[in-house]
Write a protein that binds this ligand. Structure first.
Ligand code: MN
Length: 228
């Protein structure tokens, strides 16, 4: 067989910055259960657990105004999260060093196929199909500078509030999360870290409009479109 396939290299993934620049994305890490009220609603004990991590492919990022309803689920959930953008990498960082690696922050949604996640948990299988599917990571514009450490984090569906918390209620702070993560992976510029969600996760349907906010970061608004 001769190499006749035309090969298109994958496009870089760029996250918008609120000053008009673009942030090239390298990896997307996510932390599980980082607000006590959400840990409780998922049936876990929030008091004794070190942060744990999963990831999404970088091209799962959605920066436009629509997000397609994914296949293979009947229970797509929203999880509003503070997202940290890493501008300087490293491994085995202290929390203080980790804080200096934060380039900016944004609000994002960790979309989750909750039905597939429940099956994975029950069978002791990986979460990739529940968490790392196409278009599973809508994110608003990044604001450069230190990440907010307090302030409301909310998500509304069709104008009705579903999730409400405060960034100050995160079990592990942004720098602490990055420090833990850096013991497992060498971090590098372009990494994004979704930092967990407060209580109130629930299902969304095609046609719903999601509006996510965290402190005074640029808001994220996207409409869920029917499956292609
Ligand atoms: Mn999450």
């Amino acid at each position: 067989m001769t190499g006749a396939l035309a090969f298109e290299p994958p496009a870089p993934v760029l996250a918008p910055v609120d000053d008009g620049r673009a942030f090239p994305v390298r990896r997307i890490y996510c932390v599980g259960r980082n607000y006590a009220d959400h840990a409780r609603e998922m049936g876990a004990d929030p008091s004794r657990e070190a942060p744990f991590f999963f990831s999404k492919p970088r091209d799962a990022l959605v920066t436009g105004e629509t997000v397609p309803y994914p296949p293979a689920t009947r229970d797509l959930h929203h999880e509003v999260e503070l997202v940290l953008a890493i501008g300087r990498g490293g491994a085995r960082l202290t929390a203080e060093q980790a804080e200096a690696c934060i380039w900016g922050a944004a609000v994002g949604i960790d979309l989750t196929r909750r039905d597939l996640q429940a099956e994975s948990k029950k069978a002791g299988r990986p979460w990739d199909t529940a968490k790392g599917f196409d278009a599973s990571a809508p994110m608003g514009a990044i604001r450069p500078g230190p990440a907010p450490q307090s302030g409301a984090i909310t998500l509304a569906v069709n104008g009705r509030q579903r999730q409400s918390g405060d960034l100050a209620d995160m079990i592990w702070s942004g720098p602490e999360i990055i420090a833990h993560l850096s013991r497992l992976f060498t971090l590098a510029p372009g990494d994004l870290v979704f930092t967990g969600t407060p209580a109130g996760v629930a299902a969304v349907s095609p046609g719903d409009v999601l509006e996510a906010r965290a402190a005074d970061l640029p808001a994220l608004r996207c409409a869920v479109t029917p499956a292609a």
